[in-house]
Design a protein around this ligand. Structure first.
Ligand SMILES: C[S@@+](CC[C@H](N)C(=O)[O-])C[C@H]1O[C@@H](n2cnc3c(N)ncnc32)[C@H](O)[C@@H]1O
Length: 372
């Protein structure tokens, strides 16, 4: 159980530093930011803990083996070295995902089919019964250097399961959690989320404030590894429950659209944080700074004017938001504002001094977090 394994956390570009701090706080070792994610080492109980508790990581891969081969025969040698019975059983549906770059081996479909056959030859019982769960092997070959990794998370970890109802342009849960962490909001402070949409930011903040692990209900693929350690998992799971705090939070989520508020209310309930978030109908133009003891944080994800035609209207809303920020929030050191801003045009419309920025990608598009 104390054997150290190599892992790789996949994150959306831009979230690497926030995610690596999460891994540090969970006592991962040898944390190293690499292209597309973070490598780290640790035990199997650490793997369970990380999957249950990380907020900003998309998935966790277990690195099985590195190789240097330019032929399928060479790849076969490396595939045969892995003890597949540790992971797969008769109910496993095996999938192989291949990415190649600048390499002699570059026919991805051929590599995937070949690898699957080699693994099945090693362990013929794989999938011999009705397939009940999928396991995904990732083969990445870059400049003829390969790496074989097994996915441990299953469905992406940002799919927390609470957001069945969604408004317009919902934010990925991992990005919403990153926004909360980047803002350094403290649970005793007020948190305002005007333009809350389906409630993602407010829900992620409540989960942070209550120290609730975000992925307790996730169907991780490691649960179906042949070597799954139920006792170790139960210990990690129970520890998550024991760490939860039942403290009062001061989170207010508002929006001016009834359908967004309806989705938000349902999602908050599904996430089990309905006693910790107030939801109210309010137009951003009515936003005022509440009087608070410990100051507060304002988190904003306004609509973007990406479609031509909408742009003028949306940019004038950003101009108004800038005015509201200058009137009530900017210059008050007890309040901090973080806003998701897609580009320089929207930033210009806002017309407020930027203290800090973080470049990110969301749904393949470049965007930024601005602290103003
Ligand atoms: C980009 S969406 C927010 C998405 C949200 N973060 C989520 O995860 O669902 C922008 C939200 O701003 C709201 N909105 C647009 N104009 C508004 C206004 N004048 N006052 C208040 N809310 C407004 C829309 O109804 C929409 O829900």
């Amino acid at each position: 159980m104390t054997k150290q394994h190599k892992f790789f956390a996949v994150v959306s570009p831009g979230l690497e530093h926030i995610a690596s701090r999460e891994l540090e706080s969970l006592s991962a070792h040898n944390i190293n930011i690499e292209y597309g994610g973070i490598s780290f080492t640790g035990t199997i109980p650490l793997l369970y803990r990380v999957n249950l508790r990380v907020r900003t990581i998309t998935r966790v891969l277990m690195r099985l083996r590195t190789f240097r081969s330019m032929t399928l025969e060479g790849l076969k040698y490396d595939l045969e070295k892995i003890a597949w019975h540790v992971f797969f059983n008769e109910n496993t549906k095996l999938e192989v995902e291949v990415h190649t770059h600048h390499s002699r081996l570059h026919h991805n479909d051929e590599i995937a089919a070949f690898s699957k056959k080699v693994i099945l030859d090693c362990l013929p019982k794989i999938g011999s019964q009705a397939p009940l769960h999928t396991q995904t092997l990732h083969i990445r070959i870059d400049n003829n250097r390969g790496i074989l990794s097994l996915d441990t998370s299953g469905e992406r970890l940002d799919r927390r399961g609470y957001r069945l109802a969604s408004g317009k342009a919902p934010l990925r849960e991992t990005l919403a959690a990153a926004m909360v962490q980047w803002s350094d909001w403290k649970p005793e402070q007020s948190l305002l989320v005007p333009m809350c949409g389906s409630g993602t930011i407010a829900i992620e903040a409540a989960l942070v404030g209550l120290n609730k692990a975000p992925n307790l209900r996730h169907n991780f693929s490691f649960l179906h590894f042949a070597s799954f350690k139920k006792k170790a998992f139960n210990i990690a799971y129970d520890k998550c429950l024991a760490m939860e705090k039942n403290i009062p939070l001061h989170i207010l989520a508002t929006d001016n659209h009834d359908s967004a508020l309806a989705a938000c209310t349902k999602n908050i309930k599904r996430a089990g944080v309905e006693h910790h978030i107030n939801v109210r109908k309010q137009d951003i133009h009515q936003l005022k700074k509440p009087i608070t003891k410990h100051g507060g944080v304002l988190l904003l994800n306004p609509p973007y004017g990406l479609r031509i035609g909408d742009e003028k209207k949306v940019l004038s809303l950003w101009v108004d938001i800038g005015k509201i920020l200058r009137q009530y929030f900017i210059g008050d050191h007890t309040w901090k504002t973080v806003i998701i801003c897609p580009d320089a045009k929207h930033e210009k419309a806002l017309h407020v001094p930027v203290k800090k920025r973080l470049k990110l990608k969301h749904g393949g598009l470049q965007t930024m977090l601005l602290e103003v």
